[in-house]
Write a protein that binds this ligand. Structure first.
Ligand code: CP3
Length: 355
């Protein structure tokens, strides 16, 4: 099994025209850092808006040709060094049997939430990853259409972040209901987190078999915990996933807001850690002993500044993080109001950087 995966990676690495991202993930020497942007396929692109006007969100996600077209848009339009599959983290709760609706102006809504052991026991676990065949098909179509231009990133939501939506049923600033479930019914909380973990491991492995060149785990709401609870309700599950998947393909762990546990995250054996802007390069490099790849960490709101200032900031970020073991990115997803020319300036700045 390991030999097969290794062969597949070797073949795709040899034939990729731009393999900067995979090199940076493996800690190999690069001439400049690779660059991509979280949520790079999305509403700031007029070409995305065109497809958005014609097809609803889950039709776009579930139709491989549409998902592939949206995935490739930022590679064509702003020339990123990687593509990230157009999908959503909430396809996992869907495959586990919950209804997820994407409501205009409100975001995701889950009408039925998890409240009891009965609800947890009713979730689909073993067959869930095979319900997501449309994702693997989207990966295959995207790989074909990318024609080895850049690597394709697969992804999943971290168990704690998915737990938040499965328990609260909609977005929240504090996730206090999700936290309350952990504090009042810890056994129930751990049972749910473990089920999500098991599904996520199978799901990421199948994305890699379908052709994803590397994967990223998004723990978007990990920052609501203090260190002790992060290490109780979020990190142990992320660790299980990294350990189970990292030998299949390079792995990036992004836990937003978690500056306090970089060392624990590094110890999972992940190839890279994603950082948000609450961190500094010096702090993160210091804590991790400068021997893991770091990704980040520009505040997406700063993309509203002039292209000249964005260019200056990106050059400064490369000086601060260093050229090696670094992936230029945002500290969270790009937002809809960003002008395409500013997104493009962010990418171009990396390519014009000179030592
Ligand atoms: O990065 C990419 O370009 C790949 C596609 C991608 C999407 N969602 C598409 C999307 C990825 C990696 C995600 C991950 C995701 N989804 C996360 C983790 C990353 C993060 O930003 O924290 C989370 C928390 C979600 C859940 C989710 N999906 C929310 C809260 C929303 C609504 C808010 C928003 O940004 O619009 C979505 C919808 C969604 N997922 C959109 C896109 C392009 C917008 C849908 C639309 O209106 O067309």
């Amino acid at each position: 099994m390991i030999t097969t995966t290794h062969n597949r990676e070797t073949i795709s690495m040899q034939s990729l025209k731009n393999d900067l991202l995979l090199k940076a993930l493996r800690g190999e020497k690069v001439s400049r850092p690779p660059v991509w942007m979280m949520r790079q396929a999305g509403r700031y692109l007029p070409e995305y808006q065109e497809l958005r006007a014609k097809y609803d969100f889950f039709t776009r996600v579930q139709t491989p040709e549409l998902a592939a077209a949206i995935t490739i848009q930022p590679v064509d339009i702003i020339d990123t060094d990687a593509a990230i599959l157009f999908s959503d983290i909430l396809v996992v709760p869907q495959a586990m049997g919950l209804t997820v609706e994407m409501i205009e102006g409100r975001g995701p809504v889950l009408p039925k939430t998890i409240k009891s052991f009965e609800d947890v026991n009713a979730l689909v676990v073993e067959e869930a990853a095979s319900q997501l065949q449309y994702v693997y098909n989207a990966i295959k179509v995207t790989k074909q259409q990318l024609n080895n231009r850049v690597p394709l990133i697969g992804f999943a939501g971290a168990p704690w972040t998915l737990f938040c939506y499965m328990v609260e049923g909609k977005g929240s600033k504090t996730w206090d209901k999700a936290k309350t479930l952990c504090y009042t019914q810890p056994e129930l909380a751990h049972a749910l987190l473990q089920k999500i973990t098991d599904v996520t491991i199978a799901y990421l492995k199948q994305q890699i078999v379908a052709g994803a060149d590397c994967v990223q785990l998004f723990d978007s709401w990990a920052g609501v915990w203090d260190k002790q609870d992060f290490l109780t309700y979020a990190h142990p599950y992320n660790k299980q996933i990294v350990e189970a998947v990292k030998n299949d393909a390079p792995f990036t762990l992004f836990a937003k807001g978690v500056w306090h546990s970089l060392v624990e995250m590094q110890d999972t054996g992940a190839n890279a850690l994603g950082l948000d802007w609450a961190n500094t390069a010096a702090f993160a490099r210091g804590l991790t002993g400068n021997n893991i790849t770091l990704q980040g960490n520009y505040d997406p709101a700063k993309l509203m500044q002039s292209p000249e200032k964005i260019t200056k900031d990106v050059h400064q970020m490369i000086n601060d993080f260093g050229v090696q073991r670094y992936i230029v990115n945002l500290g969270h997803g790009i937002t809809p109001q960003i002008p395409v020319s500013h997104a493009r300036a962010f990418i171009d700045a990396v390519k014009s950087w000179k030592e």
